[in-house]
Design a protein around this ligand. Structure first.
Ligand code: DGJ
Length: 731
C-alpha cells in the first residue's frame, strides 16, 4: 500500500517537473530572476539592477550557468544557485531546508510545479512559486512580495506535508540568495547594553560567517538583525552595488554567509534553527518570517532611503502618521516618586512644549510594591501608598495640564517577589530539577501558554479599559532567556524559541486589533529589540539606554542605516556633561524626547530648549518623512553631518555634530544632497542658545540648490562636542 502511494506521487510529480519557466520579480530598479530548469530544479539566475528588456534575462541562462553546471547532461541545472537548496541529495553547501520524513529518510528534493503573480495594489505584487518533492508528499511555496516604488523585496517560505505522522524540520530558512563577485564586504551591527549597533565591515573569506542570536527574547542585545553585503568593494555611501537585508523575526535569528570553492556567495536568512528542531504536523503550514531586502547600485545611502520609505508606507505601525514628543521621568526619579512629583512633571512637560508625559517603571505592585527592580513585576495595579488615586487620576491631571499621559509596562516578565508568581508559579520559564535563573531579579513568563497570552493581553487591555485616555505605552523587556523550559510545551521543548515568539505576536495582534492606532514604544533594556516584525505593532523603539550625545551620534548613525528617523527614540538626559544644545540637537536627529529634571535647567537653557522643541515640531514632518542623506560619517571623520529633504524638495534640515576633533580642525565644505539644483534656498541657522552668536556666517543668505550641492558650505563648528542645525527653505 505504502509503495503504491509513493508510486502514485512519483508519477504525479514527475509529470509536473518537466516544465521550464522564467520567473521575474521586479521593482522600479531591481530584478530577481528565477528559472526552472528542464529537470525541475529552480535556481536564481539574477539579482541586481533591472535590465532594459527581457532579452537580457533570456540570455542569463547561458551566461550564469557556465562555471556552475554539474555535468549531468542538462545545461540548465545550476545546483550552486538553487533558489531554495535542500539537504540530503546533491547539495554540498548550506541548505535552506532540512527534514527527516516518517520513514527516517533524511533527504528532500524540490522540483518546480507552478508559479503565479498577483497584483496586490498599484505598488505591490506577490509572486508564489510552488515546489514539491517528487517522492514524498512535501510542498514548499516560496513567496516574493515586491514593493515597486520602494525597491524592496520581502521573501518568505511556507512548508507543508501530507505524511502520516509529523516530519522533523531541522532547517527552515526564509530565503537563500546567491552572488557572484570578486569580493564580498559584510557590514554587521553588533554591540551590547549601552553600546548598540556598532558598524563593522570586513571582507568575507572562504567558509561560513554567521551572524545570529540565541538569546530567545531581547534577542538583539548583542546583534541587530540587519546587514549590508557589498559586492566587489567596501560599501560606500553613494556608489556601488550592495544588498541591505533584515529579518522580520523577534526570536532567535540567523544569517549565514557561505563563500564557496568557486568564490560564489550564498546568504541564508531566517529563524535560527539552533536548538529548535520543529515537529511539523501533517497538513499544518510552517510559515517562515520575512526576509526584507533591497538591492542598491548607489551604495548605502540609497539602500537606507529605500528601507525608510518602505517602513513609512508598510513596515512600521502608523509609519505615515505623526509621533508624540515627550517628557519621561525615569532618569529624574527612577523608582522614587509620588503623585506630587509626577503632577509637577506634567507642568514641566507643558513648560517644555512636549505632547506627552511618560510614566516609567515603579508605579505598580501592592503586596510587593515596585520600589526597586527586585519586586512587583507582574502585579499591574497602581501602588496605593505611592499613587493613592490611581492611574486614572494621574491621567486626568495630565490632561488638565494640557499634556497626554503614557505609561511603562514590562508584561512578559515577573519578579519571584510578586503576587503573580505566588499564584502562577507554573507560568514562568524555568528548568525542572535546576534552580531558577534570575537576571535583573526577574523571570520570563511562558508566552507559549495561551493563559499567559491572555494575561499579557489583559495587562494592556485593563489599563486601557479603566483609563481609556492613556495615550502611549512603553513596552520593556529586560532579560534574555536562560535555563528556559516551558511546562506548557511538555515534550516539545525544541519549539520553545519559536512558540514564545509566535505567542508574543498573538498578544500583539489582539492589542493592535482592539487599539489600532495606540502609539507604543518598543524597548528592551535599551535597544535589545529592533526588528521589523515587532515594529508592525509598535510606532517606535528605544535605541539605547546610552544617551550620552557623543556615543549617541554613533548609535543613531547605526540605526539610521535600516530604520527611519521617526522610529528611533532619542531622549535628552543627564548622561554626559555636554551642553543642553548639543544634547538636544543630537536627539532631534530622530524622535525627540526628554528625560531630565527641567527645574535644574538655567533660564537660558530652558529658553533654548523651548525654542528647540518648537523648531522640532515645525520641522518634524521633514525629519520623520523626508529623505535622509548622510554626508559625513562619524566613523570616518571627527564629525557627523546629515540632512533630511522633503518630497517636494522645498524644505530641508541639516545637522552637523562636531565630536572630538584635534586642535583647530579645518573641516572642508560639505556638499548638500537631495535638493533641486534649480531652486533657490535660504539657509537659516536655528537652535541657537539665547545671546549666543551663530556659527554659520552664511546664515540668512540664499543659494541655488546647484551651488549647495556642488560647492557646498562649511557647516561644522570646530568646538569639541558642538552642533549646528540649519533650516533650508525654498524661496
Ligand atoms: C530599561 C529601559 O531601557 C529604561 O529606559 C527604563 O525604562 C528601565 N528599563 C526601567 O526599568
Amino acid at each position: 500500500m505504502k509503495k503504491l502511494f509513493l508510486l502514485a506521487f512519483t508519477i504525479l510529480f514527475c509529470k509536473v517537473q518537466a516544465q521550464e519557466a522564467q520567473i521575474k520579480i521586479e521593482t522600479q530598479n531591481t530584478a530577481l530572476i528565477l528559472k526552472a530548469a528542464k529537470n525541475g530544479s529552480l535556481y536564481q539566475a539574477y539579482l541586481g539592477t533591472k535590465l532594459e528588456s527581457d532579452f537580457g534575462y533570456n540570455a542569463l541562462s547561458k551566461e550564469n550557468t557556465k562555471s556552475f553546471v554539474i555535468n549531468d547532461g542538462n545545461p540548465l541545472v545550476n545546483l550552486r544557485h538553487q533558489a531554495y537548496p535542500t539537504y540530503g541529495t546533491e547539495n554540498l553547501f548550506e541548505s535552506a531546508i532540512r527534514m527527516t520524513h516518517n520513514d527516517g529518510n533524511p533527504s528532500l528534493e524540490l522540483v518546480y510545479v507552478s508559479h503565479n503573480t498577483a497584483k496586490i495594489d498599484g505598488n505591490t505584487t506577490e509572486t508564489m512559486v510552488k515546489m514539491k518533492d517528487p517522492v514524498y508528499p512535501v510542498e514548499v511555496t516560496l513567496h516574493y512580495k515586491s514593493f515597486y516604488k520602494e525597491n524592496i523585496i520581502e521573501q518568505w517560505t511556507e512548508i507543508v506535508h501530507h505524511e502520516k505522522k509529523p516530519v522533523t524540520l531541522y532547517n527552515y530558512a526564509s530565503s537563500m540568495l546567491h552572488f557572484d563577485a570578486d569580493q564580498y564586504w559584510l557590514t554587521q551591527f553588533h554591540g551590547d547594553w549601552a553600546k548598540e549597533v556598532r558598524m563593522q565591515e570586513s571582507q568575507l573569506t572562504s567558509g561560513t560567517k554567521v551572524i545570529d542570536s540565541k538569546l530567545g527574547v531581547r534577542t538583539n542585545m548583542y546583534q541587530t538583525p540587519v546587514f549590508f553585503l557589498s559586492l566587489n568593494a567596501k560599501a560606500e555611501e553613494n556608489s556601488g552595488d550592495l544588498v541591505a537585508g533584515t529579518i522580520a523575526w523577534s526570536g532567535n535569528f540567523k544569517f549565514a554567509f557561505e563563500l564557496d570553492n568557486k568564490n560564489s556567495l550564498r546568504i541564508s536568512s531566517g529563524i535560527n534553527p539552533f536548538a529548535s528542531e520543529y515537529s511539523l504536523q501533517p497538513g499544518k503550514v510552517f510559515t517562515t518570517p520575512s526576509f526584507i531586502y533591497t538591492f542598491s547600485n548607489k551604495g548605502k545611502g540609497q539602500a537606507s532611503r529605500n528601507l525608510h520609505s518602505w517602513a513609512k508606507n508598510y513596515g512600521i505601525k502608523d509609519g505615515d502618521k505623526s509621533r508624540l514628543t515627550l517628557l519621561n521621568n525615569w532618569e529624574t526619579t527612577f523608582f522614587n516618586f509620588d503623585e506630587k512629583k509626577l503632577t509637577d512633571m506634567f507642568a514641566d512637560s507643558k513648560t517644555l512644549g512636549v505632547d506627552l508625559f511618560l510614566l516609567d517603571d515603579g508605579w505598580f505592585g501592592n503586596k510587593y510594591p515596585r520600589s526597586g527592580d527586585k519586586s512587583g513585576l507582574g502585579d499591574w495595579q497602581a501602588t496605593k501608598t505611592k499613587l493613592p488615586n490611581g492611574i486614572g487620576f494621574l491621567m486626568q491631571e495630565a490632561e488638565k495640564t494640557g499634556v497626554k499621559f503614557g505609561i511603562w509596562i514590562e508584561p512578559e516578565m515577573v519578579n519571584p517577589k510578586s503576587e503573580l508568581y505566588e499564584k502562577h508559579p507554573d507560568w514562568v520559564l524555568k528548568l525542572p530539577n535546576r534552580p531558577e535563573s534570575y537576571y535583573r531579579s526577574q523571570l520570563v513568563l511562558d508566552l507559549c501558554n495561551p493563559q499567559v497570552q491572555d494575561f499579557v493581553f489583559k495587562t494592556v487591555d485593563d489599563i486601557m479599559q479603566t483609563n481609556s485616555g492613556v495615550a502611549f505605552f512603553k513596552w520593556d523587556c529586560n532579560r534574555m532567556m536562560t535555563n528556559a523550559y516551558s511546562t506548557y510545551l511538555k515534550n516539545q521543548q525544541s519549539h520553545l524559541f519559536i512558540e514564545y515568539t509566535n505567542g508574543l505576536y498573538k498578544v500583539l495582534d489582539r492589542i493592535k486589533t482592539k487599539y489600532p492606532h495606540l502609539p507604543m514604544m518598543l524597548c528592551a533594556g535599551g535597544g535589545g529589540r529592533t526588528d521589523y516584525a515587532l515594529l508592525n505593532y509598535f510606532t517606535e523603539f528605544w535605541a539605547s539606554d546610552n544617551t550620552d550625545p557623543f556615543n549617541r551620534v554613533f548609535i543613531q548613525w547605526g540605526y539610521s542605516q535600516f530604520f527611519p528617523a521617526f522610529s528611533i527614540c532619542n531622549h535628552v538626559t543627564s548622561w554626559g556633561n555636554q551642553s543642553i544644545k548639543f544634547k538636544t540637537d543630537v536627539a532631534m536627529m530622530g524622535k525627540l524626547g526628554f528625560d531630565i529634571n527641567i527645574k535644574e535647567l538655567k533660564e537660558k537653557e530652558l529658553k533654548y530648549t523651548q525654542d528647540a522643541v518648537a523648531n522640532y515640531k515645525r520641522l518634524s514632518e521633514v525629519i520623520w518623512h523626508g529623505d535622509m542623506y548622510r554626508m559625513v560619517s562619524p566613523y570616518e571623520e571627527t564629525r557627523a553631518v546629515l540632512m533630511y529633504v522633503n518630497e517636494s524638495k522645498s524644505k530641508a534640515v541639516l545637522f552637523s555634530y562636531t565630536l572630538h576633533p584635534l586642535y583647530d580642525p579645518q573641516y572642508n565644505a560639505v556638499r548638500f544632497q537631495g535638493l533641486d539644483p534649480k531652486k533657490t534656498y535660504k539657509i537659516e541657522e536655528i537652535n541657537i542658545m539665547p545671546e549666543a552668536k551663530k556659527t554659520i556666517e552664511e546664515s540668512g543668505e540664499s543659494f541655488t540648490g546647484d551651488y549647495l550641492m556642488n560647492v557646498g558650505l562649511r557647516v561644522s563648528s570646530s568646538k569639541v562636542e558642538s552642533s549646528v542645525v540649519l533650516e533650508i527653505t525654498e524661496i
